[in-house]
Design a binder for this molecule. Structure first.
Ligand code: G6P
Length: 602
């Protein structure tokens, strides 16, 4: 998610916008830019890299004017270069954008035939030219005509140098707020950006279009004026960065439905999966004989779920390896081997080294990655980006669920290209996946129940997590999350392995979290639960209404989804268990001791 800041008033716009962008920088960005308007002239500066690079250049290149827009970018379409940084401009129109335009390629082709020349690879520049193509001197009417042609999610902030002092903004499935001052007004994607300027906000709703000047603000829906309540926000700046949540991790847990929707956006078009960035020809896909997934940490757990998906739907023998192990073992690789590195950061040293080695031996490399143009993305032949947005909590949450979705999409895509699933089957699978964000929202509403659970369970020294099949990796992930942030010893096991060791540990002091949602192996999971209870272990079940077990210590009910997609739902209770226990114990949830977000050394 990118950051947007706008100002119109009587003070110099540039320092206010730069300060606002700085306040969003904690989320990590790859490029930035500011445009101001003075005397009907557009002044613009953009720079790749951290905001301090833009700031350094601004020191010698002042942007005059008391109205302007600014942006920090987290690349989705096009690399993080100066050309791709926002604002983008067409004639007198400049704009910044947060979100994804799904139909940008179609629009781009159409605009190119009308003579528009594109300077960037972004979907945003398409919006600028589209508005320009509909412009007859009235910016409001041009924007109103452009909006119905845009498919996807977006918030937009637009200036027209013919109308200095006026900012137009549009919100559609991507946040945008208005802030009110005395003779000046502000626009931002996030409260922290302008919290030092005002505490009076309007939270725009989807389909709102606002025309903002220094003295006035009018909001429209489909051309009809509407009123929105002005709210006073009393958050501290630190709380605002976390969207009012106590920690980034909690914020990121709650962002999962949005992250998932963004990851799915634009991937299924006219009854077909379209994953253009994979860059594999039909023949290359048909020729794949073996797949290896390599990753570290939480990403390795996602990769483990991916193996189930790939083998089920493509019938290609698939193995999963920890990148640090894979690097140093004998590998059987040729040009029919597909290697899939999975990485949130795209910079993990072991994953990168494993990729390079497999590539040098002739494998095709398709990575799943959250950071555009990261080392792993650049080294790979093709990429499937997750759109989790910047993840700040060291313990990965939203990156994990978007990786699961990406692995599912990649699997269905390979099966589609290899004609192992027909279009009707793909349509059913995609619609099941598209329903997951709503199901996640149901689980997220229960956060407080997990807080009460943490009060009762935070003192246990050990936990066991059990799952089978698709949910075996979720047992591993649940245990990892708990030990990472609460420092409680926890182990994840395939439930069927319990009797080969961990059962010796079970007594009344051992809580055992069992993933017991509907599946082909449900009876076996229930038998494992009985074995725990027979030894006085405390069973904490994650189940649905139809599988809720009797006589266990605690049950967390989750909505019922297909077995293969249940990891996307079932992981959320384990995230909440870890989070609330760590919080109750007063641990540093976002920066646990000894851990780093991105491990760039071996
Ligand atoms: C570190 C992080 C984990 C992450 C792992 C792999 O250990 O703390 O959250 O899962 O690295 O990182 P990657 O960026 O490659 O997914």
């Amino acid at each position: 998610m990118c950051g947007i800041v706008g100002y119109t008033g009587t003070r110099a716009a540039m320092p206010i916008i730069l300060e606002g962008l700085k306040r969003l920088e904690y989320r990590g960005y790859d490029s930035a830019g500011i445009t101001t308007i003075s005397n009907g002239k557009v002044n613009s500066l953009k720079a790749a890299g951290k905001l301090r690079e833009l700031e350094r250049q601004l020191a010698s290149q002042h942007l005059p004017g008391s109205c302007g827009i600014g942006h920090t970018r987290w690349a989705t379409h096009g690399k993080p270069t100066t050309e791709n940084a926002h604002p983008h401009c067409s004639g007198t129109i400049s704009l910044v954008h947060n979100g994804i335009i799904e139909n940008y390629l179609l629009l781009k082709k159409d605009l190119q035939t009308k003579g528009y020349i594109f300077q960037s690879q972004t979907d945003t520049e398409v919006i600028a030219h589209l508005i320009h193509s509909l412009y007859d001197g009235n910016i409001l009417s041009a924007v109103q005509k452009a909006i119905p042609k845009l498919h996807g999610a977006y918030s937009l902030l637009i200036t027209d140098s013919n109308q200095p002092g006026t900012l137009i903004c549009v919100k559609h499935q991507s946040p945008l707020i208005l802030g009110f001052g005395d003779g000046e007004n502000f626009i931002a994607s996030d409260i922290p950006a302008i919290l030092n300027q005002t505490r009076q906000f309007i939270f725009l709703e989807d389909s709102d279009l606002a025309v903002v000047t220094a003295q006035d603000c009018q909001i429209y829906v489909n051309g009809i004026p509407v009123e929105r309540p002005v709210k006073t926000v009393s958050w501290s700046p630190a709380a605002a960065e976390k969207d009012g949540h106590k920690h980034f991790m909690l914020k990121e847990i709650h962002e999962q439905p949005r992250a998932l929707r963004d990851t799915l956006r634009g991937k299924y078009v006219d009854g077909k999966l379209v994953l253009d960035d994979l860059q594999l020809s039909h023949q290359e896909i048909t020729d794949i004989k073996r797949i290896t997934l390599v990753a570290c940490g939480t990403s390795w757990h996602a990769a483990m779920v991916g193996k189930y998906y790939l083998e089920k739907y493509t019938s290609i023998p698939t193995e999963v390896d920890i990148a640090s192990e894979y690097r140093y073992r004998r590998k059987i690789i040729d040009s029919s081997t597909l290697v899939i590195p999975v990485s949130q950061s795209g910079e993990t040293a072991d994953t990168l080294a494993a990729l390079k080695e497999a590539k040098s031996m002739g494998a095709k490399i398709l990575c799943i990655c959250n950071v555009m143009d990261s080392s792993i993305a650049r080294e790979s032949h093709g990429v499937l980006y997750t759109s989790a947005g910047p993840e700040i909590g060291v313990a990965s949450t939203k990156a994990f669920t978007t990786q699961l979705a990406a692995l599912y999409l990649m699997t269905l895509y390979l099966a589609q290209q290899r004609q192992q699933l027909n279009s009707t089957q793909i349509a059913v699978k995609v619609s099941e996946l598209q329903a997951i964000p709503d199901a996640m929202e149901q689980v997220l509403r229960d956060s407080e129940r997990y807080a009460r659970f943490a009060e009762r369970y935070h003192n246990y020294p050990d936990f066991l997590f059990l799952g089978r099949s698709y949910n075996f990796p979720i047992a591993l992930e649940g245990a990892l999350k708990l030990k990472e942030i609460s420092y409680i010893h926890a182990e994840g096991y395939a439930a069927g392995e319990m009797k080969h060791g961990p059962i010796a540990l079970i007594d009344e002091n051992m809580p055992v979290v069992v993933i017991a949602t509907p599946s082909e192996v449900q009876d076996k999971v229930f038998a494992n639960m009985e074995e725990v209870m027979a030894r006085k272990g405390k069973v904490v079940a994650i189940a649905t209404n139809s599988t809720a077990p009797e006589a266990v210590s605690d049950t967390f009910i989750v909505p019922e989804v297909s077995d293969e997609l249940s990891p996307l739902i079932n992981v959320i209770p384990t995230q909440f268990i870890a989070y609330h226990i760590a919080d109750f114990k007063g641990c540093d949830v976002d920066q646990p001791r000894n851990l780093a977000k991105s491990v760039t050394v071996e």
